[in-house]
Each structure stands twice: as C-alpha cells, then as structure tokens.
Design a protein around this ligand. Structure first.
Ligand code: AMP
Length: 335
C-alpha cells in the first residue's frame, strides 16, 4: 500500500511493531541477530528478516534499508545496541526526535527535564555523606537494574559500594509505594496526548524477596535485592487519578518543546512510584516505546475506548506514520 517499509531490530517490542505496521498497511522488515530469529518467524509477523551476526553489524545493513525506504522504529534494545552516537548520524528514516535521546540518557539532564515539568521526583543526594534515609543506588548504563542496591547511611553506602567498582552512579531517595509505569503517545500531527496503557514490572529478585517474611529474609544474608526486569504485568489505574496522569504527560511534552527544537513525539513512558497518599514520584522517563506495552498487543482498555479496534503502541506508531504520509508531513515525524 505504501512504498515505505517499517523496520525495527528483532528484540524488545519488535513483535507488536511488526504486527502493527502490517495492520496499518505497511510491509515490514525485521533486522535480527541470527540466533534471535525464531520468535519473528514462528509468530509469522515479519515480511522480511535481514540477519546480522551481531548488533554491532547494524551499520552494514543501513544502505540496504535506505534502498528499501525503511523507517526505523527505535526501542530500548535498538538504542542500547546501536548506540546514540551512531543513531544521531543515521541516514535511514527514523521515527522520533533524535534530539531528545541525550535528555533521557543522561541522568542529570533527565532529572532537570522532569523537575522543570513540575513533576514530583525522588530526592537526589549528590554526596554519600548526605544520605539520611533509605536510598536506591543506581549505576549509569546499568542493564535492567542489575546491581542496584539500597543504602540508608554513608557507612552502609561505602561498605556496599566496595563490591561495585563503578564511578558513575546516582543516589536517589527510595520511595515506598507501588511502581506504576504510564505509557503515553503524543501526536505532533494533531497535538493530542493519549494514554495507551499502564504496567508494572516483574523484577527478579525483589518481587521474590517480598514474598517471604522479614524473619525469613534475614536468613538470606548474602542475597542482595536486584531489579532485573523479566516481564511486565498489565494494570488499570484508579480512575480518579487519570486527570493527574494526563496533566503530568502534558507538562512533559510542553517542557520538551523548550529543550529541543521540535518536541517529544510518539510513545513515551513515565516511570513512577505511587505512594499511599496517592502522590506520583517520577523516577525516570523513557522517550520511546517501552516493553511494558507488550501485554497490549491486542490493545488496552484505554485504547479500546478511543479506537474500538485492537491498537497496540506499535500499531499506533504505524498509524502516525500513515497519517503523516497521507498528509504529506512525513518529515515532521522523522528525526
Ligand atoms: P530503573 O532502572 O530506574 O528503571 O529502576 C529499576 C527499578 O527500581 C524500578 O522498576 C523500581 O522497581 C525500582 N526503583 C527505581 N527508583 C526507585 C525509587 N526512587 N524508589 C523506589 N523504587 C525505585
């Protein structure tokens, strides 16, 4: 139907991106590591699979993608494996605002963006000597929360840090509440912000430690909590909180218009902890599709209200590209 093809890296959220592209009338391409092809073949979602030996080889297929008029849909694995420096120079079509990448990947810039969007964020302690409450210590570039630890004093911090030879970390106040990941989509074509869905992550081993009593926990003296994501659980939010959620997303988009030439557009996610006082603390933003949208390949309760047909975040991206092509505004959605 269109000469453009939608392409992504075979990982993370590729199943819904490929299926969504087809549902909106696009041919799709899955660039995939040789040993990761099976899901994309087995589920029958890919029109074409281009294999590479390692993610580092992505640049080798860029020219082929350009010839095929591919538009790349970035996701966390694409950003991590291909790398921001290379992405900034990509010549193949890319859905999204590349300028925003540095804002979400640098913890300090991200923090500034969130604060200037008037969002409640956990306190950050610049110096370990300032630690006066339970804090979570996060490493830069940590893969899925591995190695994070909790410290409640400088002494505790120093003894736990001794086994973590890293120099870039952030000390963030630990917020007691439930994790809530809010998935949005902002259309720069219409100026409309949509709530796509919510999830919580299933993290190992913190989600396992909480299943035993404190008495038994103390017998696991050598088990450190770890926040490695292994899956996502769909959630529906208390309806009275939706107004605030919409306004939070609107403020983030408004601020993005100040920090970049255009704005954040397409899918994004606010990663929050919701306290018993119903206060959202935003500890991170992902300015792209997140894996928490994967439970909603067939749509979420919220997309059902709006679209009345299965609308995954992957499909919503394809719909945006389709509308942009139809309105001759494709350049507005390519970074
Ligand atoms: P992150 O790598 O920042 O996404 O954090 C990994 C996990 O740590 C999250 O999914 C939460 O379960 C938890 N977490 C992160 N920051 C905080 C915080 N400030 N307070 C409480 N839990 C947090």
């Amino acid at each position: 139907m269109f000469d453009y093809r939608i392409a992504t890296l075979g990982s993370h959220t590729a199943l819904q991106i490929l299926k969504g592209a087809r549902d909106e009338g696009f041919q799709n391409i899955c660039v995939c590591r040789k040993d990761r092809v099976k899901p994309y073949k087995n589920f029958g979602v890919a029109d074409e699979i281009i294999t590479i030996d390692s993610y580092k080889d992505f640049p080798k297929v860029e020219n082929e993608l350009i010839k095929k008029k591919a538009i790349i849909i970035p996701h966390a694995s694409f950003i991590e494996y291909v790398g921001i420096k290379y992405i900034e120079k990509l010549k193949v079509g890319y859905f999204g605002n590349k300028e925003i990448l540095k804002w979400e990947s640098d913890r300090r810039m991200e923090e500034r963006w969130l604060r200037n969007s008037n969002l409640r964020t956990p306190l950050i302690f610049k110096d370990p000597a300032e630690i006066d409450r339970p804090c979570i210590i996060k490493f830069y570039g940590a893969k899925g929360g591995k190695g994070y630890f909790i410290a409640n004093s400088e002494l505790d911090f120093r003894s736990k840090m001794a086994v973590h030879p890293v120099d870039k970390y952030v000390i963030q106040e630990y917020i007691v509440g439930v994790p809530m990941y809010i998935h949005y989509f902002y259309s720069s074509l219409t100026g409309e912000l949509e709530i796509m869905s919510f999830d919580k992550r299933y993290e190992s081993n913190v989600d396992s430690i909480g299943r035993i009593s404190a008495r038994d926990q103390s017998s696991f003296t050598n088990v450190d909590p770890s926040y490695v994501v292994v899956g996502n659980v769909p959630l529906v939010l208390r309806e009275s909180l939706l107004t605030e959620v919409i306004e939070m997303g609107e403020r983030v988009v408004r601020e993005s218009k100040k920090i970049t030439k255009s704005s954040l557009f397409g899918p994004f996610c606010l990663e929050t902890v919701l306290t018993p006082d119903q206060e959202f603390y935003v500890f991170e933003i992902s300015a792209r599709i997140v894996a928490g949208t994967n439970p909603f390949i067939n749509g979420s309760p919220y997309t059902h209200l709006k679209y009345n047909k299965p609308m995954s975040t992957g499909r919503r991206i394809a719909l945006e590209i389709r509308r942009a092509i139809e309105q001759k505004r494709l350049n507005e959605v390519l970074g």
